[in-house]
Each structure stands twice: as structure tokens, then as C-alpha cells.
Design a protein around this ligand. Structure first.
Ligand SMILES: [Zn+2]
Ligand SMILES: [Zn+2]
Length: 259
């Protein structure tokens, strides 16, 4: 991932509130299209311009050709708030985030998220590296539903990973039961992505704890009740894969012996 600076030059009379709202609308449209990662975009007012720091999944991510309809519309509205089209420069690699997948296309994808990550929730099936969502902008208007799902997923994962956790069990249930609203949404979004990309999309079902570690390794697919154990773990994470239900999962972390 890359750290970049977006610069909005002031070209006409404006006030701080109006300019701030226009910049927010523009950057949020890019966030919901996968062109900018994370939720934070610190912005400074420097006399004749506003500068915002953002994290990008790839060096070309801000190009207008990848904008959604909404992104193009709010770009045009910047002028009404006295701002020019933004200029941007790459400041360098972001050392804190993972590397974007190199593939032009993939045989299959995995929808996967964890609390600590600033990256796309869509992973390449072969490399398990994040795939920028804006690359699919010709197929879907934007990815707001998927990114809003990811925000909720990460919030619940954050809660259940803390040491002195509040709401531990309810957060964990949301993450590991296929029937939870969170997983139903995620599974449906994976199916939708499969339809628009014409590529299989597996949903990664989290497994943290189990009632019975002895039967855990032989558990059945929660979708079809079929056998889904893999001979070899996939990407050192997934022990189970069901091609029918498009699910991957792991032996509950609590039942895995520390290596
Ligand atoms: Zn790949
Ligand atoms: Zn199944």
C-alpha cells in the first residue's frame, strides 16, 4: 500500500465548512469505491489549499477512470465549493499495511477480514493478498455495502480480541455462526461479487472457540452438513473448504496446539 497526499487548491471564495464538506464527500466516495483505504484522512488547511493524507491500495488508485458515478459527481461539485480538481503525489510505501495482489485476475477469491487490517476484504485465492475493489468499478457502481460490512466485521473482531473484553460471547457468536446477521450479509455479498466478477468467491468463516475440541477437526460444513476437511491447510489458515457453499474456515483457534 502507498501513502499519498491529495491537494485541493482554493480557486474561488469559500469558507472552511463548505470546503471541508466537499472534501469529505469526495474522499468518502473514493473510500466506498476501494480507491482509498481505511477511514481516517487527516486534512490540513494551508492558506491557499487543503492537503489530505490517505492510504492507497496501488499507485494508480486515484485515477479518474476508476471513479464510480458518485465519485465523478462529487469531483465535479468541488468547484462549487471553491476548490480545484485535486492533485496528488505518492509519498512512499506504507510500511504498516500488506502488499496488494499482483494478479490481473484470479481463479477464485476469498472474502476475509480481520480487525487489524487496512486493506481490501477481497483476497486472491492463489496468493491470499488483498485485491483492490476499484479494479471492479466497471462491474459495480461502488462497493459501499461491502465496505460497510467490513467496518462492522472489524468492529466486532476488535471487541472479541481485547483482553478485558466486553460483549465477548455475543461478538464471537456474530463472527463464527454462519446464521448470524453479519455472516449472512458477508456470505450474500460474496455471492453477489461472484455474480458480477464471474469468478468463485469463498466466504471465510471465522472460528475462535469450540464446545468440543475432540470433534472440532471433523466438524461438518455448517451450510450443507457435508464433509469439507482439506488434506493440507490453505494459506496456513483454512482447514476446511466447501465448494458447494463457497465457504472456507479453520479449526477453532482455541483447539489448535501452539506450534
Ligand atoms: Zn494473486
Ligand atoms: Zn457446504
Amino acid at each position: 500500500m502507498y501513502l499519498a497526499e491529495l491537494s485541493f487548491k482554493i480557486i474561488a471564495d469559500t469558507n472552511f465548512d463548505q470546503a471541508e464538506a466537499a472534501i469529505r464527500r469526495y474522499i468518502e466516495a473514493l473510500i466506498f469505491n476501494g480507491q482509498i483505504l481505511g477511514r481516517e484522512f487527516p486534512t490540513a488547511w494551508l492558506q491557499d489549499r487543503f492537503n489530505s493524507r490517505v492510504v492507497l491500495p496501488a499507485e494508480d488508485a486515484l485515477q479518474q477512470q476508476y471513479h464510480s458515478q458518485r465519485g465523478k459527481a462529487v469531483l465535479e461539485q468541488l468547484a462549487n465549493s471553491g476548490l480545484a480538481y485535486p492533485q496528488w503525489q505518492i509519498l512512499g510505501m506504507d510500511l504498516m499495511s500488506s502488499h496488494t495482489d499482483p494478479c490481473l485476475s484470479s481463479d477464485y477469491y476469498i472474502l476475509y477480514s480481520r480487525f487489524s487490517e487496512t486493506c481490501s476484504p477481497l483476497r486472491c485465492g492463489e496468493h491470499f493478498a488483498p485485491v483492490p475493489l476499484y479494479k471492479f468499478s466497471a462491474l459495480a457502481d461502488d462497493h459501499e455495502q461491502l465496505i460497510r460490512w467490513q467496518l462492522q466485521y472489524q468492529a466486532l473482531d476488535e471487541i472479541q480480541m481485547q483482553q478485558n473484553r466486553v460483549l465477548h460471547k455475543s461478538a464471537e457468536r456474530s463472527l463464527q455462526q454462519l446464521s448470524s446477521k453479519l455472516n449472512q450479509q458477508g456470505h450474500a455479498l460474496a455471492r453477489r461479487f461472484e455474480r458480477i466478477s464471474l469468478t468463485p468467491v469463498f466466504y471465510a468463516l471465522y472460528s475462535g472457540s469450540s464446545d468440543n475440541c475432540i470433534t472440532e477437526t471433523d466438524k461438518r460444513c455448517p451450510g450443507c452438513k457435508g464433509s469439507w476437511r482439506l488434506d493440507q491447510p490453505l494459506h496456513d489458515i483454512f482447514d476446511f473448504k466447501c465448494d458447494t457453499c463457497r465457504l472456507v474456515s479453520n479449526i477453532a483457534w482455541d483447539c489448535q496446539s501452539p506450534s
